[in-house]
Design a protein around this ligand. Structure first.
Ligand code: SAT
Ligand code: MN
Length: 589
């Protein structure tokens, strides 16, 4: 049954069905009844395992193929007419060539399967800031995950009406053939195509593919921004809530920061943190001249390992019902799930993420390092009352951050918007298991958007600079690094809830409530202005975390210069000038 009279949409769905040749086509109406039927089918085919209904109501376990556990950056393409528009940091292929390749792979790919048509909305349905997408897929896991991560169903089609303003997405598991796996974006055609993968980031097309790669391109053309950022509100003892957004690369703790629980002393005084989003922010200039950020998603696709009652009780609480777990350990005695770092008592009778018998004495990890939970945002105890506000929340600060063992201090503030864009552009971080490839290697990841920018990164920086010209009340821009280590490789800063101590300083800077010292790289806190109450960390240690290590920064400048070179004439002059200023400040020029 078709749920719409939108002829362009019907024609396109028919065209894809004619290519992929499914046994049947099912439109997702968003009712729980239909989703329940799909859950039952998913369990009967082995795609899903139903977990204990008392311990985990409405929760399921899913396993991906073993060759398909993370985003594949090497097989992710931006297909625009001119190669230069994709820029030097994206893989590019000419649209015609990619379509040809994909259509060959899609030919008959859904034979024997059902093709699902998922109408979904990024943002509150009907809001002027929402954007709609249609994802075609042959995976029940994708349907059920999209129903958690986005708003799906007939109400999206009703809001879309006869409009052709939607993003087309096609996904087929095909044969899960690694050699023929493609995640292709056609920004000029509002189209995304994914084939031969079943892993979240490659197949939940509303997320990275639409809400970042396609949306960043739309944002450039329409005067807004799509960013890889969490959004949170900090409520101070006076009851004022101030908002910030923060960009960190994948698996660097965005979900933990977004759901931060204040240290006990802070809680007693009345501090509270509200989560608006943990991964993606769509940011626009409001009528009041401020930047407003909204979370286009409806759920969390968080990294499981390391999530526990101490590190992130809110995320854990979010996963208690209606959640799909992917590639974690299956505890057979209790029919529940487990992962490294969840507790000190791994299950004795269990299956590892691949489905093989496992116990901790085997000396290997049971959950995949990039194992995930897909949880409804509304389950989260600290979800912001503004979560469903169509226009989002006003930003006082933008924070960039990475995982750096050395060099980057705990926190510093940029001198102004342009310098802030520079600070974002030179972000670097150690790689994690969220993408295939080596883990722990420092790489430049500007604004945490390296894998997610849908066009030339040089033009993207220019867009940031242009936005700055238009924002009357600009948020202040900061950089943080929770991950500095000592000689033994141990983290120096306690992190987690104690990061609020740094966020407090950031907010005080935004409201001119605290002074700072100007250094070569920007404004740094005076150590006495970071509240260390109830912490064992000494003032001297803190001073070390807040020092600018000149020799390391001089090396950093060389590496930035090298990185900048690849952008050629698309590198904005303003950023070149900032690099010169930094060199001069470090005594290099
Ligand atoms: O796999 S996702 O891209 O959705 C998550 C991430 O890597 O940030
Ligand atoms: Mn992410």
């Amino acid at each position: 049954m078709t749920l719409t009279e939108n002829q362009s949409l019907i024609d396109w769905v028919n065209e894809i069905a004619a290519r992929t040749k499914p046994d049947q086509v099912v439109w997702i109406d968003g009712t729980n009844e239909q989703l329940e039927t799909l859950r039952t089918i998913g369990c009967s085919t082995g795609e899903l395992y139903k977990l204990d209904e008392t311990l985990h109501p409405g929760c399921f376990l899913h396993r991906t193929a073993q060759n398909d556990v993370a985003r594949v950056e090497g097989r992710t393409f931006i297909c625009c007419k001119n190669e230069k528009d994709a820029g030097p940091t994206n893989n590019w292929m000419a649209p015609d060539e990619m379509y040809k390749k994909l259509y060959a792979l899609y030919e008959g790919a859904m034979k024997g399967r059902t093709m699902y048509v998922i109408p979904y909305s990024m943002g509150v349905i009907g809001s002027p800031f929402a954007k709609y997408g249609i994802e075609i897929t042959d995976s029940i896991y994708v349907v059920l995950s999209m129903a958690i991560m986005t708003r799906v169903g007939k109400s999206v089609l009703d809001a879309l009406g006869q409009s052709i303003d939607y993003i087309k997405g096609v996904h087929s598991l095909a044969q899960l053939n690694e050699q023929e796996r493609y995640i292709a974006h056609f920004p000029e055609d509002n189209t995304i195509m994914s084939v031969n993968s079943g892993y979240g980031g490659n197949v939940l097309l509303g997320k990275k593919c639409f809400a970042l790669r396609i949306a960043s391109y739309l944002g450039k053309n329409e005067g807004w921004m799509a960013e890889h950022m969490l959004i949170l509100g900090i409520q101070n003892p006076k009851g004022e809530v101030r908002y910030l957004s923060a960009a960190f690369p994948s698996a660097c703790g965005k979900t933990n920061l977004a759901m931060l629980i204040p240290p006990e002393g802070y809680q007693k005084k009345g501090w509270k943190v509200w989560c608006v989003g943990d991964d993606i922010a769509w940011i626009r200039i409001g009528e009041d001249g401020r930047l407003w950020a909204m979370n286009p998603e409806y759920g969390f696709f968080g990294v499981a390992p390391g999530t526990n009652a101490r590190s992130n009780p809110n995320a854990l609480a979010a996963t208690t019902k209606g959640t799909i777990f992917t590639n974690v350990v299956h505890d057979l005695d209790n029919n529940t799930v487990w992962w490294e770092g969840l507790s000190d008592t791994p299950p004795q009778n269990a299956l590892d993420w691949t489905g093989k018998p496992w116990n901790a004495s085997m000396g290997v990890k049971g959950a995949h390092p990039n194992s995930r939970f897909t949880a409804p945002a509304k389950n989260c105890p600290c979800i912001s009352p503004e979560f469903e506000a169509p226009q989002g929340v006003p930003l006082s600060a933008i924070v960039f951050g990475g995982r750096r063992a050395k060099t980057a201090p705990l926190v510093y503030q940029s001198r102004n918007w342009i310098h802030g864009v520079f600070v974002g552009s030179i972000m670097a971080s150690e790689t994690t298991a969220a993408a295939t490839g080596a883990v722990g290697v420092v790489r430049r990841d500007p604004m945490a958007m390296l894998p997610f920018c849908g066009y030339n990164m040089g033009d993207y920086w220019q867009h940031w600079l242009d936005m700055g010209d238009k924002i009357e009340n600009k948020p202040k821009i900061f950089n943080v690094n929770w991950f500095r280590t000592d000689e033994d490789g141990h983290f120096i800063w306690p992190g987690f809830g104690d990061n609020l101590r740094v966020l407090e300083w950031i907010m005080r800077r935004c409201f001119d409530e605290v002074d700072a010292r100007e250094t070569e790289i920007g404004f740094l806190p005076y150590p006495e202005d970071i509240n260390l109450e109830d912490l064992t960390i000494s003032k001297d240690t803190l001073a070390g975390l807040l020092a600018v290590d000149r020799p390391l920064w001089q090396k950093e400048v060389d590496s930035i210069s090298e990185f900048y070179q690849i952008f050629g004439d698309t590198l904005p002059d303003a950023l070149k000038a900032e690099l010169h200023t930094l060199k001069r400040n470090l005594g290099q020029e």
